[in-house]
Design a protein around this ligand. Structure first.
Ligand code: BG6
Length: 483
């Protein structure tokens, strides 16, 4: 594998994301030789750490996340890390940062290549981007920037942030990360759709009755109440993860697998996304908040959450496209905290066909993304010793050994950033469209809140969310497949 020379600057270098995801992923890429002799990482954050302290932290995290490691290898890897105490609003600090980056560029022969990673509280993204531009932090080689979610809070703030970032970076160099696009089974949607005649030929409104997407989480908001209360499930999960899944399921076949062609296919589809009216929001969307139990807080009692909060910890909704292979097919989605279990799955429900046996079961194609990775197709056949039709699953599942080989989503996506492949990142025009949809729903809810009678279903924790979500279906023959 090619050794890519680069200086990487992580804003948020002492934070949770850097520790849990970035440092272990970088180590794996280092071991594979993608980044090796000619790279350095500058971790920045407010805390007054030293280079040595950051290196200790990095070593500790590698030991925690890897079963067997070569001590010398960990030491060598950690030696590439540098720490810069940094206040994101202080101009002087960017000047110092630039000096350090230039010194390291010389020392590691990084050829002027710079990678900036925004891994801190999103309210600082715009400020950092502006300073990168004003203090000319970009190098003479390639300059790429990875931006964590949320990218804005609504369309207006996303546009503002985009403007600040594009002052220094071209669209092709901006990697808006959505970790769902690094997941094995999400990356499996395109091959599954486009290589199997069995699936490709039924991918239309003629055969598909509806599609259902569930992103259920067992955990509540935990320590993130402050952030979450300003966000809610719609912005936190639908605006990005769910919409990317929907797009992969509904887009036309790209002309090839280049990043440009894939983004082009997505954009073509998104032009025909139907933006809901306030009446449609009322009819087709359900929002909810979890209640407490003997051992857990109700959402409104969670730390840093407004006791009168109208923020949803659950949302179910419906969307459709007017073009693309599944134009007109209803796509239902739901996501929530404190479900009965962690489960990310996609159910493609096929229409019934007339048959001489009478009652048969529907064929469904289910893609399980988490915690297991598998695809199964429900299929009808004959019962062995009595008349009638039985239903079985044809399963495509991964063995434990195969699962162990699947890289973490962050490792995969960081790899893509280094090799400049933006296929699995969110293009600005996609993001813009997602925000248009989300804003329409948020605006309708906001009006309901202001009118004083918001419909926010209260649901019991560790079950399946509010029962009101059973009523968003277009026809009485439709229901949630995963219950
Ligand atoms: C994040 C959300 O983007 O995704 C979290 O901010 C959520 O609220 C998480 O818990 C879920 O990711 P995963 O990979 O655990 O399904």
């Amino acid at each position: 594998m090619k050794n890519i020379p680069v200086i990487m600057i992580i804003f948020g270098g002492s934070g949770d994301l850097a520790h849990r995801k970035l440092y272990p992923s970088l180590f794996n890429l280092y071991e594979q030789g993608l980044i090796h002799d000619n790279f350095a990482v500058i971790g920045t954050a407010r805390r007054p750490w030293s280079h040595e302290y950051l290196r200790e932290q990095v070593s500790d995290v590698i030991h925690e996340t890897h079963d067997q490691v070569d001590e010398n290898e960990v030491k060598a890897f950690a030696s590439h890390f540098y720490y810069q105490s940094h206040d994101v609003t202080n101009v002087e600090h960017y000047v110092t940062l630039k000096k350090l980056a230039q010194e390291l560029d010389d020392r590691y022969s990084a050829q002027g290549n710079c990678l900036f990673y925004m891994a801190m509280a999103p309210r600082f993204f715009g400020t950092i981007a502006t300073h990168i531009n004003d203090q000319h932090l970009t190098g003479s080689g390639f300059n790429r920037i990875v931006v964590e979610k949320p990218f804005g809070h609504d369309l207006v703030s996303a546009e503002q942030l985009n403007k600040e970032i594009t002052a220094s970076f071209d669209e092709n160099d901006i990697f808006r990360i959505d970790h769902y696009l690094g997941k094995e089974m999400i990356q499996n949607i395109m091959p599954m759709r486009f290589t199997n005649p069995l699936i490709k030929n039924i991918w239309s409104g003629e055969y598909i009755k509806n599609i259902q997407i569930t992103l259920a989480e067992r955990l509540g908001v935990e320590a993130r109440g402050g952030y979450y209360d300003t966000s809610g499930a719609l912005r936190d999960m639908v605006q990005n993860h769910i919409f990317q899944i929907i797009t992969l399921l509904a887009m036309p076949e790209p002309k090839d697998l280049s990043s440009d062609s894939v983004h082009q296919a997505k954009q073509e589809l998104l032009k025909s996304l139907i933006i809901p009216t306030p009446e449609e929001v009322k009819k087709n969307f359900v929002r909810g908040q979890y209640l407490g139990s003997d051992t857990t807080f109700a959402y409104k009692k969670e730390p840093n959450v407004d006791p009168d909060s109208t923020t949803e910890t659950y949302v179910a909704g419906k969307t459709k496209f007017t073009s693309g292979p599944i134009a007109g097919v209803p796509i239902y989605f739901r996501t929530g905290k404190e479900f009965k279990e962690k489960k990310t799955r996609i159910d493609i429900v096929l229409k019934h066909i007339n048959n001489p046996y009478g009652q048969a079961h529907s064929n469904n194609i289910t893609i399980e993304v988490d915690p297991e990775s598998k695809i199964y197709i429900t299929i009808n056949g004959k019962k062995i010793d009595e008349p009638g039709i039985r239903r079985e699953d044809l399963t495509y599942a991964f063995s434990k050994e195969e699962m162990a080989k699947v890289p973490d989503g962050y490792e995969r996506l960081l790899h893509d950033v280094f090799v400049n492949d933006s296929t699995n990142f969110t293009h600005w025009s996609e993001l813009k469209r997602y925000w248009e949809f989300i804003d329409a729903v948020e605006d309708a809810w906001q009006k309901e809140n202001e009118a004083g009678n918001p419909e926010i279903a209260q649901y019991l924790p560790y079950r399946m969310g509010p029962k009101e979500a059973d009523n968003i279906f277009e026809s009485p023959t439709e229901h949630w497949i995963y219950e």
